[in-house]
Design a protein around this ligand. Structure first.
Ligand SMILES: *Cc1c(COP(=O)(O)O)cnc(C)c1O
Length: 345
C-alpha cells in the first residue's frame, strides 16, 4: 500500500501537466540569463509579488540565505523569531557563511513577533552594538501551526521598520497558503516586505525550486550571491517549467489542503489522549500532543508506520502533520481511524 505521508508538503509529486511541461520546456543557459522558461517564471513571480524583479533559486534555504546576504554586511544584526525556520532549520548559514548576527525575539503563538519587543531589540549607534539591519518574518509560520500573518500585522511591522530605517525580508515558503487562507490577494501581504522568498516545491507541487523577489538592485546582488553559493544553474528551465504550472494552476487548490487539515484536526480533537497545539487550524499544518501516559512518541510513530501512515515527531510526544495534494479527504478519515485504533489499546 502506498503510504499516507503527512511528514511534509515537500513530498508532493509533480502533476502530469508538470511532467509534460518539463519535458517540452524551451531552455538556455541561465547563468548567461538566456533561459526563456526561467525568465517567464521570474516575470510571473515579479508580477504576482508586486515587486521589480525575481530570481529562481534551487531551494528556500538558499533563497533566504542570499536574501539576508544581499541586505546585510558582515557584522550586521538581524531580528527574527526564535521559532523561525531561518533561525532553527537553515544550518545557521547566515552566521556561518555571512558573518551575520541573529537576534531572536520570542514568537507569539500565532507566529507574529511582539511589536514592543521588536522595537526594544533594535540597536542604536552605541559603539558596543552591532547595527540592526533587517527584520525577518515568516508567513505562514511553519512552527506556529502554519498560522497566516495578517496584512494589518505586516503593515505595523512596516511602520516600525520605516521608523528605524530597517529592511524586511519575508520567508514566505508557504505564502500562497497564507493568501488563500486569508482570502486576499497575495500582494496585500508582500507589499510591506523589501524582499520575499516563496517555495514552488511545497504545496505548489513543483519538484524543485523557490523564488526570491525584490527591487532590481536587490535581485542583482542576490544573483551574484546565488552564483557564489553554487546556485547558478544552466538549462534549469526544465525545473522552472514545473514551477510555472504550479504558480498558474495549483494555488486555488491549496484550499482543499486547508479543508483536509481542518477536518483532520477536528477528528483528532475528539480522540482521547490527543491534544491539538492550537485548536484553530487555518492552513495545512497541524501540531498535536500525545498523552505520554498512554504511549511514548516513538511507539506511536512506529505503530502508524505499520499502518502505512507517516508523521514527524518534532519534539518528544509532539507531532506535525502536513496536508498536501498527495493526501485525499478519504485518506484523512483513514488516518483519524488509525490513530483512534492505535490509542484505544
Ligand atoms: C521549507 C521551508 C524553508 C526552506 O525551504 P527548502 O526548499 O526546504 O530549503 C524556509 N522557510 C520555511 C518556513 C519553510 O517551511
Amino acid at each position: 500500500m502506498k503510504p499516507i505521508d503527512l511528514r511534509s508538503d515537500t513530498l508532493t509529486q509533480p502533476t502530469p501537466a508538470m511532467r509534460e511541461a518539463m519535458a517540452n520546456a524551451e531552455v538556455g543557459d541561465d547563468v548567461f540569463e538566456e533561459d526563456p522558461t526561467i525568465k517567464k517564471l521570474e516575470t510571473l513571480a515579479t508580477h504576482k509579488m508586486g515587486k521589480e524583479a525575481a530570481l529562481f533559486v534551487p531551494s528556500g534555504t538558499m533563497g533566504n540565505l542570499i536574501s539576508v546576504l544581499s541586505h546585510c554586511q558582515r557584522g550586521d544584526e538581524i531580528l527574527l523569531g526564535e521559532r523561525s525556520h531561518i533561525f532553527l532549520y537553515e544550518v545557521g548559514g547566515l552566521a556561518a557563511l555571512g558573518g551575520i548576527h541573529p537576534r531572536t525575539v520570542p514568537n507569539n503563538p500565532d507566529g507574529t513577533l511582539p511589536l514592543a519587543l521588536l522595537e526594544k531589540s533594535i540597536r542604536h549607534s552605541d559603539i558596543h552594538s552591532p547595527p540592526t539591519r533587517l527584520i525577518c518574518l515568516e508567513n505562514t509560520h511553519n512552527f506556529c501551526q502554519g498560522t497566516p500573518l495578517r496584512a494589518e500585522y505586516m503593515d505595523s511591522v512596516r511602520e516600525l521598520a520605516q521608523k528605524y530605517g530597517l529592511k524586511i525580508h519575508l520567508d514566505g515558503a508557504r505564502l500562497f497558503n497564507a493568501a488563500v487562507a486569508l482570502n486576499i490577494e497575495v500582494k496585500l501581504i508582500t507589499k510591506q516586505a523589501d524582499s520575499i522568498m516563496f517555495c514552488l516545491s511545497k504545496g505548489l507541487s513543483a519538484p524543485v525550486g523557490s523564488m526570491v523577489c525584490g527591487t532590481h538592485d536587490f535581485i542583482q546582488r542576490a544573483r551574484k550571491y546565488r552564483k557564489m553559493v553554487g546556485g547558478g544553474m544552466r538549462q534549469a528551465g526544465h525545473l522552472a517549467a514545473a514551477g510555472l504550472v504550479g504558480l498558474e494552476n495549483l494555488v486555488e487548490r491549496l484550499k482543499d489542503d486547508h479543508k483536509n487539515a481542518k477536518s483532520l484536526a477536528n477528528q483528532l480533537a475528539s480522540i482521547r489522549g490527543i491534544e491539538l497545539e492550537q485548536p484553530n487550524v487555518e492552513t495545512n499544518i497541524i501540531f498535536f500532543k500525545l498523552d505520554p501516559n498512554l504511549m511514548d512518541g516513538e511507539t506511536f510513530v512506529n505503530q502508524l508506520e505499520t499502518k502505512s501512515i507517516k508523521v514527524i515527531m518534532t519534539d518528544q510526544g509532539i507531532f506535525r502533520a502536513v496536508l498536501h495534494r498527495g493526501v485525499s479527504t478519504e485518506q484523512v478519515k483513514i488516518v483519524a481511524e488509525a490513530i483512534k485504533s492505535i490509542l484505544s489499546i
